[in-house]
Design a protein around this ligand. Structure first.
Ligand SMILES: Nc1nc2c(ncn2[C@@H]2O[C@H](COP(=O)(O)OP(=O)(O)OP(=O)(O)O)[C@@H](O)[C@H]2O)c(=O)[nH]1
Ligand SMILES: [Mg+2]
Length: 287
């Protein structure tokens, strides 16, 4: 076939909770990125490879960008900048109910300066009143990643916007992330869902052992790293009930991802200042 092939990097950028990870999963037609109702869930660049007839889109989900100066947040903003610099197309996702803010305008201007194509997308348009918000910001697309409304039209725009080129990855490859890392993410998602306030934000997941030698069951041993002993007590819960709940929830996600039975052993550990050590952030995959 002599038809031209298109391929390129599509960055999904936006504030925390805009719906970037939900859109990634919707575009891929399967769950790759973790999603929670809490802001600042994503801590790294999550590549999802979408193969279509005649096109390969390298969809880069990113952490929500924000203005606070904590070490972890600075590291996360660094990831956003890197992805924004390297993309062919930048999708700027803005919650239709919240609208554009000065941070969005700044990012948009720097993307335009670099010559990246920017697609402005109003998200969560299934919510009542969102349509007015989408109109007020003059969005290129109004979507709901939850219902899928508007996503096909957005996809057509993205395919048309990436340059001509051969596929970068084999067509059966979904991501460049390891199963180990995806497992840690699913455990982190369970922590976000089970615990409130600051604990999920100060928890990291470290996979200590990942044994797939038995085809019938994958055995995973992981640590829940927190900053303080008091947080460790909350993660464990009275009589170990909380860590048990986290484990049950995470195991369901892991079994769906790996399509096998999973044995999961979780331990909590206090490691003061883990989130303030650049080397540690990198080792944990948040960089
Ligand atoms: N009603 C509605 N809710 C949505 C939609 N998309 C995402 N959400 C919800 O919004 C919350 C945040 O979604 P995420 O996809 O995790 O948002 P994100 O932009 O990846 O957030 P961070 O990773 O924290 O930056 C979750 O509770 C989602 O279920 C949507 O189209 N409609
Ligand atoms: Mg996310």
């Amino acid at each position: 076939m002599s038809d031209t092939h298109h391929s390129g990097v599509v960055a999904l950028l936006g504030r925390p909770n805009a719906g970037k990870s939900t859109l990634l999963n919707r575009l891929l037609g399967q769950k790759l990125a973790i999603v929670t109702a809490k802001p600042q869930t994503t801590r790294s660049r999550i590549l999802g490879i979408l193969n279509l007839p005649g096109a390969q889109l390298l969809l880069m989900d990113t952490p929500g960008f924000h203005d606070s100066g904590k070490a972890l947040n600075r590291a996360l903003n660094g990831i956003v900048e890197e992805v924004a610099e390297d993309c062919d197309v930048a999708v700027l996702l803005v919650d239709a109910m919240r609208g554009l803010d000065p941070g969005h305008e700044e990012l948009r201007a720097s993307l335009a300066e670099r010559g990246a194509r920017v697609v402005l997308v109003a998200t969560q348009c299934d919510r009542p009143g969102a349509e007015d918000g989408a109109r007020a910001m003059a969005a290129d697309h109004a979507i709901s990643a939850r219902t899928g409304e508007g996503v096909e039209a957005l996809l057509a725009t993205l395919v048309a916007a990436v340059p001509e080129g051969p596929p970068f990855y084999p067509e059966d490859q979904l991501t460049d992330l390891s199963l180990r890392f995806l497992a840690a993410e699913l455990i982190r998602e369970a922590v976000f869902e089970e615990l409130d306030q600051e604990v999920p934000y100060e928890t990291a997941v470290e996979i200590m052992a990942y044994d797939e030698s038995d085809p019938a069951i994958v055995r995973i041993r992981a640590r829940l790293l927190v900053e303080r002993e008091s947080q460790k007590a909350m993660v464990i819960g009275a009589g170990g009930r909380m860590v048990k709940r986290i484990g049950i929830r995470a195991r369901k996600g892991l079994e769906a991802l790996l399509e096998t039975r999973v044995h999961l052993e979780l331990r909590a550990k206090a490691e003061p200042r883990w989130s303030k050590k650049p080397g540690r952030l990198e080792a944990l995959g948040y960089r």
